[in-house]
Design a protein around this ligand. Structure first.
Ligand SMILES: [Mn+2]
Length: 398
């Protein structure tokens, strides 16, 4: 364990400023004479997703940034944060222009359902679905300048953290994906994530490291290159590597089975327990979904087991799918891994979706949803994680 104190790993905030302030209070972080600190020298690791859903995005981003500036916290990037970078990058000339993206998108939001098509094509199209997902963030900034500074700041966030005692990532710790990102970053003279001997050292590295800039992010987010790469070497595509670690791993569902995603769209894939082997498991056992979807899978598919032939590498892979693998992807004797992203909450079961295995914990329990809670794990060096070390704040939505 870090000599200076433990680490509080805080889950997805999604613009919920009131919950974040309440969480900092509960965990014992105080702002005195303009400086944040913790009496026992503890630190924070945020697992990303600062924007979308809650209304007070600008204040959340500013507060997280201040905690990082005061060497109290390290903030990782989530998929909503990297999506914002793609939203702010023009498709045609690959130019990064958050201010213009904000002006065009807010004008479309103001015009309502009859809005004309976006005048510019963006790497993440400003279409109905993406615009809807990002609307609270766009409205959360009073002007283009604030949005511009926020998205530029996101480009500098590390994608993962590895310390001797723990690992943290937004959605999934997939070693081949992390290696692909590292190799790509090394060739560019930048770093994608942070490895350090202590959280203090990690925070110092974050302050001085060369982060990917806007030219690099075009490669990380380029959908065209990603599709092309799928045709020959999916695991070597850096865009797929990014997708896997910030969006997790999915598996096709058999037949006509569909699950609704966060935006209510029917999807023929399910999010899976990427840290476990699929072999011999049923669909509902291998799902990493909210309780209602796990029950739906159980109701629709019963104890039907995942079939290796349906999920073999010979099938054309989709961007976020991985082949069926027979071995645990995250070894039982490894240091603990923490991630957010999955919004695993169940009002009826306080333990649901928290300790997924002795060394695997999810810290996102729907902090961005009115019915969910902002969650954190108070880590003090233990190898075996404990439910009692979770802290949740389910104050009213911002
Ligand atoms: Mn996420």
């Amino acid at each position: 364990m870090d000599a200076a104190g433990g680490i509080d790993i805080i889950g997805d905030i999604h613009g919920m400023h009131t919950r974040l302030v309440a969480m900092l209070e509960v965990l014992g972080y105080r702002r005195r004479a303009g400086r944040w600190s913790h009496a026992e020298g503890r630190h924070i690791v945020f697992v990303g997703d600062y924007v979308d859903r809650g209304a007070r995005v600008a204040e959340v981003v500013e507060l997280v940034r201040e905690l990082c500036d005061h060497r109290v916290a390290l903030a990782l990037a989530g998929n909503h944060d990297t999506n914002a970078i793609a939203f702010a990058t023009r498709a045609q000339d690959r130019a990064f222009d958050p201010a213009e993206a904000w002006r065009q998108a807010t004008a479309r939001l103001a015009a309502g359902p009859d809005a004309a098509p976006a005048p510019t094509a963006w790497l993440r199209p400003h279409d109905g679905k993406n615009l809807k997902q990002h609307q609270d963030t766009l409205r959360g900034f009073a002007d283009a300048h604030g949005y511009d500074a926020c998205v530029r700041h996101f480009m500098a966030l590390p994608l993962y953290l590895e310390l001797p005692g723990l690992r943290a990532v937004h959605a999934a710790w997939i070693p081949p994906a992390i290696h692909a990102l590292d190799a790509w970053a090394a060739a560019k003279g930048v770093t994608a994530g942070i490895r350090a001997e202590s959280i203090d050292e990690a925070i110092e590295i974050q302050r001085s490291r060369m982060a990917p800039d806007e030219r690099h992010w075009v490669e990380l987010l380029d959908l065209g290159a990603r599709q092309q790469a799928l045709d020959f070497a999916p695991d070597e595509s850096v865009a797929i590597a990014l997708e896997r670690i910030v969006k997790g791993v999915e598996m096709r569902l058999p037949g006509e089975v569909r699950l609704a995603d966060g935006g209510g769209h029917a999807r023929g894939e399910m999010r899976i327990r990427w840290f476990d082997a699929a072999a011999g498991r049923t669909y509902h056992e291998h799902a990493l979904t909210k309780a209602a979807d796990t029950e739906k899978l159980r109701a629709l598919l019963g104890d039907r087991r995942i079939d290796a032939r349906e999920h073999s590498a010979e099938l054309p892979p989709l961007p976020t799918l991985v082949p069926y693998h027979p071995h645990d992807a995250y070894p039982a004797d490894e240091r603990p891994v923490f991630f957010g992203h999955y919004a695993l909450f169940d009002a009826a079961d306080r333990a649901f979706g928290k300790i997924l295995r002795a060394n695997v914990a999810c810290v996102d329990h729907g902090g961005g949803f009115a019915a969910g809670a902002l969650s954190a794990y108070r880590w003090s060096g233990e190898r075996e994680l404990r439910l009692a070390n979770f802290v949740t704040v389910d104050a009213k939505a911002d």
